[in-house]
Write a protein that binds this ligand. Sequence first.
Ligand SMILES: Cc1cc2nc3c(=O)[nH]c(=O)nc-3n(C[C@H](O)[C@H](O)[C@H](O)COP(=O)(O)OP(=O)(O)OC[C@H]3O[C@@H](n4cnc5c(N)ncnc54)[C@H](O)[C@@H]3O)c2cc1C
Length: 459
Amino acid sequence: MKPEIKDQLRAIVGEANFSDKLIDLVSYSSDASQHLHRPEAAVWATTAEQVQAIVRLANQEAFPVTVRGAGTGLSGLSVPAQGGLVLDLSRMDQILDISITDRAVVVQPGVIYADLDNALAPHGYFFPPDPGSSKVCTLGGNVATNAGGVKGAKYGTTRDYVLGLTVVLGDGSIMRTGNRAMKSVSGFDLVRLFVGSEGVLGIVTEIILKINPKPRATATTLAVFDDLEDAGRAVSGVMAGGVVPSVLEILGRETLKAINQNTELNLPEADAMLLAETDGYTQGEADYQMERVVEQFTAHHAREVKQAESAAQAAELWKARKSCVPVLARLRPSFILEDITVPISQVAPTLRGVQDIAARHQVQIATFGHAGDGNLHPQIIYDAADHDESERVEAAVHDLFQLAVDLGGTLTGEHGIGLSKAPYMEMEHDPAAMKLMRSIKRVCDPNNILNPGKMALDG
Ligand SMILES: Cc1cc2nc3c(=O)[nH]c(=O)nc-3n(C[C@H](O)[C@H](O)[C@H](O)COP(=O)(O)OP(=O)(O)OC[C@H]3O[C@@H](n4cnc5c(N)ncnc54)[C@H](O)[C@@H]3O)c2cc1C
């Protein structure tokens, strides 16, 4: 990047919000995936006008701009694949309005998920998507990745809560779309187009989100299965059983073993464990739903069903679920965490298919995930320095995606395409859909300056 361009960037954001120091550029070379690429400069923007001026400059001088929230993406999303500028929005972190009457909040993109949740708690409200990274990830990142979490089975994902957006498009124009109204059929749904667009179409500078009243009561239960497919069938049974649990998570044998090796939680050794939570506005409501869930666990041959008797016991169970990624990551030097998602009827065949893939390619795959919405996390643990093993892992990843698509599902339920899954986009999307996505990219970002190299859109 030419020194004159750096001077112009300094003029836009101020000296304190510009850096080309090695330490910052190295920090901005990665996200939570294994992809690495160094930018040439980084800026912290604090207003939409600054973002607009930067995008205009990038068009004029032809340099790439990669937007970044907290950098917790798991697919190389905010890694600047073609260098250029990293535009960090974490300093645009104001909650601008909370309106309980409108059931809406207005936020800047750099607000951290947990900060919004804390601000809503005194009102008895919450913002449901709840990703595992909630203590650090930003709402702008959540919108750009359509983030979801453990409560997806009942409450859906970020997409279900975004009412309106202000976006700086790739050509430098500012677009406001959507509003605080709870419904609208006015024109194309541009809000939905931008949710999950991974910073390739525009830069979100303001967000209107719908919020929900927080349930006051919960019930939590674990069920142990000696057969993985029985657990998968129990998931389908629960979801078809007339109630919707707020959480329905699965932990496979390898995952349970790793948790026991690394914690004091002393979970049962079995082929699978299901963790369920129901919620409601009275304890009776939560308990009634849990009784229906337990009926399905029993009908599908659970060896043991145990209800948490106190909030502390329930918290222990959630601690087990939350520890999955770190305890598995400790087993080998490298890991890849996938998030294939299938129709709920296909959870059991998917679990079996993952085991077959692990055996076929002789790789270690531990599975856990948000089974209640068909979103599974096969975590491949290996040594990236071992060339032979890495080739087998690559083949296994390909087969995992093929499995999900063949069963009527998708490559990614929450972590996005980014760099990791770009080579597989055409496995899921037909030529007409790919052509339309590439056309939309060209219309919104004619000079391909926003997050280039991602989502297989450059062709
Ligand atoms: C331990 C751990 C647990 C996780 N658990 C979950 C989970 O349960 N569910 C889930 O969905 N994800 C999960 N993730 C992945 C990640 O946290 C989410 O994808 C999150 O939404 C990313 O937010 P971020 O602020 O870190 O965004 P970043 O990683 O900085 O960016 C993500 C993408 O969004 C784009 N972007 C960011 N801000 C904007 C903006 N304002 N305008 C336009 N584009 C923008 C970036 O360019 C990039 O493409 C997890 C990650 C980790 C490390």
